[in-house]
Design a protein around this ligand. Structure first.
Ligand SMILES: NC(=O)c1ccc[n+]([C@@H]2O[C@H](COP(=O)([O-])OP(=O)(O)OC[C@H]3O[C@@H](n4cnc5c(N)ncnc54)[C@H](OP(=O)(O)O)[C@@H]3O)[C@@H](O)[C@H]2O)c1
Length: 320
């Protein structure tokens, strides 16, 4: 496993991060916690020292399970824990909330669920257009001064939004989507983060499993993912044909498809760590090798071109 500094922080994180969104039944269905717990332990054995979760994952469920497990195993101090706030699910139907008092309450609740006295990286899950950045900053200053949070990060923000926050507090990290099928951040967000030495931890590196190499053209993907145009019908068939081509490239490098897909994201110098979504030990075992090195220039570009064409053909087919 490779490790690297997260932006300008003192956090030395593994280049693979363990993502806990899978413990969110409203999106992924019920996930048994036994294999999930084994996956956390396996990740630790493989050298993964970085875990990403959020209070919103299962409305507290993911943080609660993680807290229980790390307490039981006595491994809290061996992981760098990143969590998020933004979705207020404590006061009726969930809604965005980044007000001063809510942030202090949300952080306290996360600390209790995680059974820890500090959060290593506390992230705003998304942009809240109706709360002033200086109000967010006041809450952050209190949390930092109390030693409850070490570093602050943001997720799903553009450079203008990061600029607004950065006038009031230190933004250490951005968490955006990034994969062979989702490259929007290459134009603005990644250069911005490189320029300001902000770490980037990309989510959905397998495009929610589609780049995992285990789907076939006749596969039926159910649940929330099925709503996306690339996850069913002709769109799915076209993307999976590109995945078959990519598997040949992977085999030539001695890699599997998920390893290749994660390594492709980690080859971008702006990316600090790729967050892999994990339900069972095989998931983390299947991607750990991705972090050993980077891809050669030509192969990175060949893959990029393959999936640019596949995505555009797939979206056109889905519209037809
Ligand atoms: N900040 C945000 O707004 C945000 C949004 C989304 C995610 N995240 C974070 O990022 C993490 C990763 O995102 P994601 O869950 O979308 O990630 P992903 O890694 O793109 O997809 C995860 C899915 O891929 C499949 N998979 C996992 N490992 C595999 C392997 N080795 N081989 C083949 N298939 C594999 C599994 O689904 P199947 O086997 O069912 O196909 C798994 O549920 C989340 O857990 C969360 O921590 C953050």
């Amino acid at each position: 496993m490779q490790y690297t500094q997260l932006g300008h922080t003192d956090l030395n994180v593994s280049r693979i991060c363990f993502g806990c969104w899978q413990l969110s039944p409203s999106f992924w269905g019920e996930v048994p916690t036994g294999p999930w717990a084994e996956a956390v332990r396996r990740a630790h054995e493989l050298g993964v020292n970085f875990i990403d979760t959020a209070d919103a994952y299962g409305d507290g469920h993911a943080e609660t399970e993680l807290g229980k497990l790390l307490k039981k195993d006595g491994t809290r101090d061996q992981f760098i824990i990143a969590t998020k706030f933004y979705w207020n699910f404590a006061d009726g139907p969930r809604h965005p909330d980044t007000t001063h008092d809510y942030i202090l309450r949300a952080c306290e609740a996360s600390l209790q669920r995680l059974q820890t006295d500090r959060i290593d990286l506390y992230q705003i899950h998304a942009w809240d257009p109706i709360t002033r950045p200086d109000e967010v900053a006041r809450a952050f200053a209190t949390l930092k001064q109390q030693g409850k949070v070490r570093w602050f990060g943001v997720s799903n923000l553009n450079p203008e939004q990061m600029d607004l926050y950065r006038r009031h507090f230190d933004v250490s990290c951005l968490q955006p989507p990034y994969s062979l099928l989702a490259r929007d951040i290459e134009t603005r967000e990644l250069p911005y983060c490189l320029n300001h030495n902000i770490g980037v931890i990309n989510y959905s590196p397998l495009f929610r499993g589609l780049l995992g190499g285990h789907y076939r053209p006749d596969s039926i993907i159910t649940g929330n993912r099925a709503k996306g145009p690339l996850y069913h019908g002709e769109g799915l068939r076209i993307v999976l044909a590109a995945v078959e081509e990519a598997k040949k490239i992977a085999a030539g490098l001695g890699l599997t498809m998920p390893e290749l897909a994660l390594r492709w994201t980690l080859t971008n110098p702006a990316i600090t760590s790729a967050i892999a979504g994990v339900r069972k030990p095989e998931h983390i075992e299947g991607v750990a090798k991705a972090a050993e090195t980077t891809l050669p220039q030509k192969i990175w570009h060949d893959l990029a071109s393959l999936f640019v064409k596949a995505k555009s053909d797939a979206l056109a087919a889905a519209k037809a």
